[in-house]
Every structure is written in structure tokens, then in C-alpha cells.
Design a protein around this ligand. Structure first.
Ligand SMILES: [Zn+2]
Length: 961
């Protein structure tokens, strides 16, 4: 039956809402506090966002059914610059953005007019996102909702910042940051297009001289100064003569632009065409040597100074560029210069095993490189660089550094040159071309006297390390990523000039940055309820108040009086915090591992005592659309609310969850949606068929299927505990189909009409396990199954105390005999008139179980088994058929250990009675004939083909005629 999904969604959503089911207050039950990274409301949610929130919701609903008092709250992160940037674009009448609001996001026109105010943008999408979350059926306690610009939250962030500063973890200093020159603001991942975290590389600038002027080169390998033979310029670049502080430099325009952000005073004097520099000589900064300036096409204006030093022995580019001149591939070279170039010899300064005398020449030959525009030069450079860095030693021509390893000498050389005053430092973005969300190319800026979170602090890192080590991380493979992040983390700018948010409490010119005011807000959820109800006012929330709530410090009467609340209310708020904290599970997308999730732990470990450190992090991958990345330019972003209208909430939830485990990318496509809908619709149809008032029978198949059901519960529960939701869903939706088929076959063969009760039990179990995933349709199914309470309030199904191993063994014997029969018929192509089955003699069964026991305790030697069995009266018959032992041993060893255990637990089966009683009906149903069953030792048996002697336990002999 085709369902009206939206109608079902509405029906149950309003029932949950009326019953206030997800409003969670402290009680006597154990709690779980589940949080997920709150959204930044600058656009509507799309299907991709739905994944993290759905995972957290399933987690919450699962724990609720497991008997926990679960708090799942939500807030909205207004802090930062992107919304501000958008409102500026609206003010400027930016058509592209206004079009997007209109057509992509369906924002009403009169609303767009209000978007000149950034808060109106945030408010609009806040409500939009919230409506989508409600429509998805998320079990959120909305009484605790807040935005990061409400006064109470700002008080909370001020407390956080003053607290960190008192601990000397916010420091003032000069540090580099990623920077948007247009916004005049530092940028981090959330401010850049494509969410790139800006990272920087430090170059050493070495100053060569022409007369009074400086030709600076930027290098990552200062030690190679000893191997310089010439400098490179690109004749196509127009360089600039620039006053840099008190010196005159010749550099590219791009370099001059970048230096300005690194606190240099820059004054551009005039153009210097690159071609004019060719053939000029520069002086070495450290000795009397002179070097020619030569042309090379590989030199770019955007890297370093636009001028490069040439170390042909160790740099493949340099070696090849010299070769290119010698081969006459450079046109603008005069003959006299050509002769001089011919005299240049590579100077080897590093010895590395396996690289020969001139490493660059060596690698170029090996790779078959013939000109300087060959992209393989990049690989050649990397190969030499990494090998020389870790294994290379400096030669005797490097003065005081001779014999030292490169890996250790870099810093020493840097200092040595720096002492001569002939060097400088230049920082560049490592990830080339980072763009701000406003479209401007970002740069590195040295910020002076700026506020930094001292994430470079070793003690702080060690504490966070300890927390990461002790916490549960799902999936566990990602744990080392956190350790890596902690290792490279350094000081991080925590103040911004523009944007929404909270002012730095001691420096009101600055605002708290958005990745700094969103790290401990989970604790704010515990008091947000009292803020929203007006029981405590922002004006009265002082540091003293927060210190009492979070640490219990101070005198409660005084604190309460100052906060203008009763002592009882103060205690209630404190109790609320103590009850819900710590965070039991933090859900987030993988992109937040190197920033938010790490900062979340860093801030918790210094601001809260150990018992309030987070317990778990759950990280998930992204969502693809029909196998492709979702992006605006691909036009394949589906707003979540549109999708809900089209498909219904539950099919979307399942489609996202069933295609991938946590870290894998999930794929959303209409095919999987319709597959899921069909499955749910057929489950729904079943639900009306079987009533729950009927007693459950005690036929072997009834006992068996309940044992299997118990196993299903175990499997699903185990997967849920590890947040392996894809696996759980597969078990719930599809993992029981073959069991049900067998059960129905058995019942039908017996013409039973009393199976409604057991089928109802099976469906109820599956529906209740489905309900965290597909909460709306599960409620509808649950109601149809005859339940009056809601399934969201039911308990997670429990495994039976003991599964009936004998019942499991019996059914598996029956089904394997049915299989054997069908195979024989298939192979022999006969139309059966009679089927005769011979069950093994009693002694064989005894011998079987003795061998099984032996194997279980580690014995596998046939000889030992035979000797042992013959020596005992009840199995002495083995001597008539020693081959039997061999076959049995083989049978047993080919089975999985788990199955061997069930067989042990089940003990010996009376196969003769079982097959006589239970198989006849199946044979009759499938083949329309009667079944004869004989025991091997029956002297009256019908056995024309002498088959009975072949019977083995669990493998009766079969005769089909
Ligand atoms: Zn910008």
C-alpha cells in the first residue's frame, strides 16, 4: 500500500509534541547527554547536513529505549563574519546573492529586503533550519535552544575568556594568521571558500647584493647556500624596485604586496623588467663569491620573491635550467654569457647514499627529464628533498657545518645567516590560493599584539592528549588524527575585528572568534532552560554565578543574592549541570576534526574538572548525491525541507544511514529512496495482519524462530553500541527474511492457522528496533500492531535469557536435509515417487559427540580418536568403520566454531523422531509424496541400494526413487 508519508509525519510529530516527550529534566534514571555541532544559519539545511543530526537523533532515541534519561538539545551559532559579509552584499544589491535567496532558497522578497541587517539573515535561516529539524523528527528539547548572540550567552563567553586568560592560556603576541585583506579580519576554515584551513610555510629570505641594492631569494633550504652557482629570474616578469623598510629590494610585485602584511614598510619605486637583470652579477651574503643572474621559465612571481637561487647539484629544476641554456634553448642570451654559463659546475654539498656525486643529474637521468617545463621535475625535487633531509650529511665545503645531518642543521644554518644580518623571514600560505568567502585571495598576516589562544602550550596539549586517550572515539581509526592535530597545533588568533558575537571582555575593540566561542557551549544547555523561562536574567549572570554552577565555588546564599534568584533556584541550576554533565557523546562531521572537535577537548580539559571531560566523539563522513559531491555549481544541492515534502522524513533518514558506515561517504539517490519506501510499505501492510492477542505456539518451529529473533536482537544491539548503523539497519530490514521464509514454509506445510501471535511478536521486535531510525512510520506500524503506548516510549527489545540451541540445531538439520533432497533431484533429474531417509545408528551419534568434544578441547588427531573410541564399549563399533571417524572429523572441522558450540550445547538429537515428525509435512508440501524414515539399525528397513550404512549424524542418508 502506498503511504501518505507527510500525513504520517505530521500525525506523530504532533503527538510527540503534545506529550512533551523530548523535554528532559533531571530524574532518578541514569542519563545520556548527546550533542551535535550546532548549525551556522546562513542558508537552509540540505540533505548533507541531515546526516550528522540524524545520527545523533538515532543515538538519542536508542538510548531512550535502553532506559536512559536522554538530553538532546540544539543551539544556533550566529558568531562570525560570513553572515555579515552576506548582509553587505545585500546592501550592495549583489544580484547573484539575491537571486540565490529568491530562487534557490525561496526566501520571500520582503524578507530579503530585511537582510541588510545581518541578524535578520541569521534569524530567518535559524527558523528555517529549526523547522527542518522538527520535520525530520529530531527528538530535541527545544526549551534549551539559544543563539550565540543572546546576552546570557555573551556573559557565559566572557566568563570563559576571563577564565582562560587568568590561566595564561590567552596571550598577547605577534603571530601569523590567515588574513582577508578585504575584510581586514583573520580567516579560519569557516571563513574560506571550500572550508580550507589556512596553513603557512616559513621561507628564509637570503639577501644577495648588487651594489647598494638587494636581490633577495626565498628558500626552504638555507643550507644549500653553500652550493649556489647562480640566481634565476624570469625574463617575462616585470620586477619592482621597492623600498623595504630602509633597504632597496628588487622583487616581484606579488612579493611586495605580501611583505606589507608581514609588517614591512613598502614603497614601490619603479619597474625593473626581468630581462634587464640577465647577465648581472650579485655578491654572496657570506663571502666574496659573485654569481650570475640567468633566465629560467620555471620561476614564478607568486612564490617567494620571484627570484630563486640556483643549486644545480641538488635541485633538479636548477640543473635542468642550466642544461637548457647550454643546449641553446634560451633565446635572449648573448654569446659571451653563453660561454660563461658553460663554465658553471654544480657544487655538491650533501652526500646521500645512492644518489651519486650530483644527485640532481642522477635523478633527472633516471626520470628521463629533458626540459625545465617537464612536470616530472616536481617529483624529482620531492624525491631528493626528502631523502637528503633525513639521510643526507653536509660535505667538507660547508665550513663549520661539515659532517652534520641535514635534518638537524637547518635551524643552525638559519641562525648563522641571520647573525650576519643578511637574511629575513617570509611566510606564505602553504595551501596555495585560499579564498575568503567574500572572494578575496587570502594572505598571511603577522598580527601584532593580537590575542591568541596558546594552543602551542605543551602542558595544555598533554592534558588534551590524556582526554583523547581515555575517551571513546567512533570510529576508533580516527583517534590518531586527533593526536596529529594536537602535535602541529600552534597559537591561534581568537579575536576578530568584525562580525557577530561577544566582545573580548578586556579589549572591547575586538570580538571573540567563532571557533573560540563554540567549544564549551554544551554546558550552557544545562542552564539555557532557566534563561529562556526568565528565571535567571543575563544582567545577573556574573563570573561568580558561573563559578558556582560549574565548580560549586563560593557561598550559595551570597551567589544567589547577587544573581537575584533564590538559593533553591541556584541549587536547581547547579544540580541540572551536575546531572547532565559530562557530554556523553559529541557528534560532528569529519571536517571538524582538526579544529572544532580538538578545541572542544582542549577547552574542556582546562575549564572543567576531569569528571566533566567529554566521554565520546562520533565522527561521520559526508553525503554524496547520486555518487557525486554536492555543490552549488553542480546544482545538486537539495534543501532538506524540499526533500521531506517529496519523500517523507523517514525514507530520507534511512537512505542516508543505510548506504554507509560512519566515516564512509553516504550516497543519496532516488533509487535507494524507493527501495526503502517499498520495504517500509510492505512491513506496514504486514502489521495489520497479525494480532497480538493470539497465544504463541510451542511447535519446534515456533521455538526455533524465537531463538533466531533473540539472536537478531543481539546482533542489532551490538551494532548499535558501536554506532554501526548501516549494519543495524540491514539486520532490522533485511536480516530476518530467510528465517521468516523458512518459518512460513514449515507452518504452511502443517496447515497451521495459529501463527499470528508469533508473527506479531517478530514484527513488533523489528518495528521497535526500527523506531530510532524511522520514528514516524514505526509509530504508525506499532499502532497497527495493536499497541496503545507509543513505540518511542517502549523498551529496546531484550534477548531471551537463553536461546534454545536444540531448536536451532533441529531446524538447521531439517533445512539441510531439504536442501540435499532438492539438490539430488536437480542433479539426477528424476521425478520422485518415494523418498526414504536413513538416520545414523545410535553409536555413531555417541561417537560424533565425543569427537566434537575432543575437537573443542583442541584434539584433531584421527588416530587418537579411533583408539579412544574403540576402547569404550558404547563406541567400539568404530573398529568396523574407521573411515567414519575421518569423515566426521572433517565434517566438524569444516564448521565455524560458533556452530560447533551450539551443537555441543544442543547435545545429541533424536534424528529419527525429528525427521519422522517434522519433515514429512514439508516433503508432502514440496513434492506431494510420502516420506519413509528408518534408523540405520532397523532390521526391517527398506534399503534396496544399501544406503543406510552411509548415514552420519547431521547427515542422514537419502534414497530417492
Ligand atoms: Zn573576505
Amino acid at each position: 500500500m502506498e503511504l501518505n508519508w507527510n500525513q504520517i509525519d505530521d500525525k506523530w510529530r504532533s503527538k510527540w509534541h503534545e506529550a512533551k516527550d523530548f523535554e528532559t529534566d533531571p530524574n532518578d534514571k541514569p542519563k545520556k547527554f548527546i550533542t551535535v555541532a550546532y548549525p551556522y544559519p546562513n542558508s537552509p539545511q540540505h540533505i548533507g547536513h541531515g546526516r550528522t543530526y540524524t545520527l545523533a537523533d538515532v543515538h538519542s532515541r536508542y538510548y531512550r529505549m535502553k532506559g536512559y534519561n536522554v538530553l538532546f538539545p540544539m543551539g544556533f551559532h550566529y558568531t562570525g563574519t560570513p553572515i555579515l559579509g552576506m548582509s553587505k552584499r545585500v546592501q550592495a544589491n549583489d544580484e547573484e546573492l539575491i537571486e540565490a535567496f529568491k530562487n534557490l532558497y525561496n526566501v520571500p522578497e520582503e524578507k530579503i529586503k530585511e537582510f541588510v541587517d545581518p541578524v535578520k539573515i541569521a534569524d530567518y535561516f535559524h527558523e528555517e533550519i529549526k523547522a527542518g529539524m522538527i520535520e525530520m523528527g529530531y527528538s530535541i528539547d527545544w526549551r534549551r535552544e539559544f543563539t550565540t548572540i543572546i546576552p546570557a550567552y555573551q556573559k557565559f563567553i566572557e566568563w570563559q575568556f576571563r577564565n582562560l586568560k587568568e590561566k595564561n592560556l590567552i596571550v598577547q603576541g605577534n603571530h601569523p594568521v590567515g588574513w582577508c585583506p578585504n575584510d581586514q579580519n583573520p580567516v579560519s576554515q569557516h571563513d574560506t571558500l571550500g572550508d580550507v584551513e589556512p596553513d603557512f610555510t616559513e621561507y628564509i629570505v637570503i639577501k644577495f647584493n648588487i651594489g647598494n641594492e638587494i636581490i633577495p631569494v626565498a628558500t626552504l633550504r638555507p643550507e644549500t647556500l653553500f652550493g649556489v652557482t647562480n640566481l634565476w629570474i624570469n625574463p617575462k616578469i616585470v620586477y619592482k624596485r621597492v623600498k623595504v623598510d630602509k633597504e632597496t629590494w628588487i622583487i616581484s610585485a606579488e612579493c611586495a604586496y605580501k611583505l606589507e602584511f608581514l609588517n614591512k614598510k613598502i614603497e614601490i619605486v619603479e619597474d625593473v623588467p626581468g630581462s634587464e637583470l640577465i647577465g648581472k652579477k650579485v655578491h654572496s651574503p657570506t663571502n666574496e663569491n659573485e654569481f650570475l643572474i640567468l633566465p629560467a621559465s620555471f620561476v614564478t612571481a607568486t612564490t617567494g620573491t620571484g627570484i630563486v637561487m640556483s643549486v644545480p647539484a641538488h635541485a633538479p629544476y636548477d640543473f635542468q635550467a642550466l642544461e637548457d641554456i647550454r643546449n641553446g634553448n634560451q633565446k635572449n642570451i648573448e654569446d659571451s654569457l653563453q660561454t660563461e654559463v658553460g663554465k658553471i659546475q654544480p657544487i655538491a654539498i650533501i652526500t646521500t647514499e645512492g644518489f651519486g656525486d650530483i644527485p640532481a643529474q642522477n635523478v633527472i637521468k633516471k626520470m628521463g627529464i629533458t626540459n625545465q617545463d617537464d612536470p616530472k621535475l616536481e617529483d624529482a625535487t620531492k624525491e631528493i628533498y626528502s631523502k637528503e633531509f633525513y639521510e643526507g650529511k653536509l660535505n667538507s665545503n660547508t665550513g663549520e657545518f661539515a659532517g652534520k645531518k641535514i635534518a638537524f642543521v637547518k635551524e643552525e644554518v638559519k641562525e648563522w645567516i641571520s647573525k650576519t644580518g643578511k637574511s629575513d623571514i617570509m611566510l606564505e600560505l602553504t595551501n596555495k590560493s585560499v579564498k575568503c568567502r567574500c572572494g578575496t585571495e587570502c594572505v598571511v598576516k603577522l598580527l601584532n599584539n593580537q590575542w591568541f589562544l596558546d594552543y602551542a602550550n605543551k602542558e595544555w596539549k598533554a592534558k588534551a592528549h590524556e582526554c583523547f586517550e581515555s575517551m571513546n572515539i567512533l570510529p576508533n581509526d580516527i583517534r590518531t588524527e586527533f593526536f596529529n592535530v594536537l602535535d602541529w597545533l600552534r597559537e591561534r588568533a581568537c579575536a576578530r575585528q568584525h562580525g557577530l558575537g561577544t566582545k573580548i571582555p578586556w579589549d572591547n575593540d575586538w570580538l571573540v572568534e567563532s571557533l573560540a566561542d563554540s567549544v564549551i557551549y554544551m554546558s550552557f544547555y544545562t542552564m539555557a532552560k532557566f534563561v529562556n523561562s526568565g528565571e535567571i536574567l543575563a544582567d545577573n549572570m556574573s563570573d561568580e554565578f558561573f563559578n558556582y554552577i560549574f565548580y560549586g565555588s563560593g557561598n550559595s546564599d551570597t551567589v544567589a543574592e547577587n544573581a537575584k534568584i533564590t538559593t533553591d533556584k541556584l541549587e536547581e541550576i547547579r544540580k541540572e549541570f551536575l546531572y547532565f554533565y559530562p557530554v556523553d557523546s559529541r557528534h560532528s562531521g569529519r571536517d571538524l576534526v582538526p579544529n572544532h572537535l580538538t578545541f572542544f577537548v582542549l577547552n574542556h580539559v582546562v575549564l572543567f574538572p576531569k569528571e566533566h571531560w567529554p566521554k565520546e566523539i562520533v565522527v561521520n563522513g559526508s553525503v554524496m548525491m547520486d555518487g557525486k559531491k554536492m555543490s552549488k555549481s553542480m546544482g545538486n544541492i537539495i534543501p532538506l525541507r524540499d526533500a521531506i515534502k517529496k519523500y517523507g522524513a523517514d525514507p530520507i533518514r534511512l537512505a542516508i544511514l543505510i548506504s554507509a558506515e560512519l566515516l564512509q561517504d553516504a550516497d543519496f539517490n532516488s533509487e535507494s529512496i524507493s527501495g526503502i519506501k517499498n520495504k517500509l510499505e510492505s512491513m506496514y501492510d504486514e502489521c495489520a495482519k497479525f494480532n497480538n492477542s493470539e497465544k504463541i505456539g510451542d511447535n519446534p518451529e515456533d521455538i526455533w524462530i524465537q531463538s533466531r529473533l533473540s539472536k537478531l536482537i543481539l546482533e542489532v544491539t551490538e551494532s548499535m553500541e558501536k554506532m554501526r548503523l548501516r549494519e543495524s539497519l540491514h539486520h532490522i530490514l533485511y536480516g530476518f527474511d530467510s528465517e521468516l521464509q523458512w518459518y512460513m514454509k514449515r507452518a504452511k506445510a502443517k496447515n497451521r492457522n495459529d501463527i499470528s501471535g508469533v508473527l506479531n511478536k517478530i514484527l513488533s521486535t523489528r518495528v521497535s528496533m526500527l523506531s530510532p531510525f524511522a520514528p514516524h512510520i514505526a509509530e504508525e506500524m506499532w499502532e497497527r500492531l495493536g499497541n496503545s503506548e507509543m513505540v518511542s516510549k517502549s523498551s529496546w527489545p531484550k534477548q531471551e535469557e537463553q536461546t534454545d540451541d536444540a531448536a536451532v540445531q533441529n531446524e538447521s538439520l531439517l533445512s539441510s536435509v531439504m536442501n540435499d533432497i532438492s539438490n539430488i533431484i536437480k542433479v539426477t533429474k528424476i521425478t520422485p515417487k518415494t523418498i526414504t531417509i536413513y538416520t545414523a545408528d545410535n553409536w555413531k551419534s555417541k561417537a560424533y559427540h565425543k569427537i566434537l568434544m575432543g575437537v573443542n578441547s583442541g584434539e584433531t588427531n584421527v588416530g587418537i580418536f579411533i583408539k579412544e573410541l574403540i576402547s569404550q564399549k558404547e563406541t567400539e563399533n568404530v573398529k568396523k568403520d574407521p573411515d567414519f571417524v575421518k569423515k566426521i572429523l572433517k565434517d566438524i572441522l569444516s564448521e565455524p566454531t560458533e556452530l560447533r558450540k551450539t551443537k555441543m550445547n544442543a547435545g545429541a538429537i533424536d534424528e529419527n523422531i525429528l525427521i519422522s515428525n517434522e519433515l514429512s509435512s514439508l516433503i508432502e508440501a514440496d513434492y506431494g509424496i510420502k516420506l519413509q524414515v528408518f534408523s540405520e539399525n532397523d532390521s526391517e528397513k527398506y534399503d534396496p541400494k544399501n544406503k543406510a550404512r552411509m548415514a552420519r549424524p547431521y547427515k542422514p542418508a537419502i534414497l530417492i526413487e
